[in-house]
Write a protein of this length. Sequence first.
Length: 196
Amino acid sequence: MLRKTILKILFVQEIGLILASFLWLFFRNFNSVMNQKILEQLNPFVGWNIDLKIILFGFLGAIILFLTSLFVTMLYEPMKKSISLIDKLILEKLKPIDFVFVAILSGVGEEMFFRGILQNEIGIIFTSIIFAVLHIPRKDLWVYGLWAMFASLYLGNIYSYTENLFLVMLIHTLNNLLALFLWYKFKNKLIKENVN
């Protein structure tokens, strides 16, 4: 796939999740919307709390998630292989500037839909299973899907405890930024060239 194609697919996917979130809220709250309470009922950002403490927790949460993924990747060979295949399929075709776009869009779109909407409807476990399945681009990358399920459970529990959608969006975005930039910079040292 070409870089532009990958970016278009990611853009459509994440914007689709954001639109699905608004549609879900619209139909879930249809009567209230029709009674002119549209701004209250279509706000997926209810419960946002943004202050220095939340931002620091966001950085800490992202670092914990990133270090856990690094630890798993270094110690578990099937995870190394999965990450290496994802690199060949997608990441090596992107430029470093694309990582910012990808990290922000995925952090906002995925958290708005999976935590802000789906988790409230079907719970953490089923949301995490769906999140994992949607993060398996090919059947031979099922190990990456397991990692995505763990990450979803982690983010889901943080959201359940704090009810702060901004916090999980921040953690997700920062984790993706860290992972993408550090992978780009150190992938030859992290994954041996002979991994297929």
